[in-house]
Design a protein around this ligand. Structure first.
Ligand SMILES: [Zn+2]
Length: 97
């Protein structure tokens, strides 16, 4: 495995009050693919939904994506908070396979 290094001062740790919504991970709930969209889209969606108090522990789940649901023109997004506790992981973060 090839290793690369980075100087510590180049890494900006995030404080909770400076969370950038664009860093939210977005995944298709149906097929599990990560969803990528234009920069600013997540911020726009959350602002319009009146959601502002998020942190890195959240992720966005889409009801589908153009790859697994071709022909569908709209997808529902759900905010989910996957549990870090292995015993509870299925209750908050289910995937129907
Ligand atoms: Zn999908």
């Amino acid at each position: 495995m090839k290793k690369i290094t980075i100087d510590a001062h180049r890494i900006q740790s995030m404080s909770k009050d400076k969370f950038d919504p664009e860093l939210l991970y977005v995944e298709c709930y149906k097929c599990g693919r990560p969803l990528l969209w234009e920069h600013g889209t997540t911020t726009y969606l959350l602002e319009n939904a009146g959601i502002s108090d998020l942190g890195t522990e959240w992720l966005l789940l889409s009801s589908g994506c153009p790859l697994c649901s071709p022909g569908q023109h709209e997808f529902t997004l759900t905010l989910a908070k996957p549990s870090t506790n292995a015993q509870n992981s299925n209750s908050n973060y289910l995937r129907d396979n």
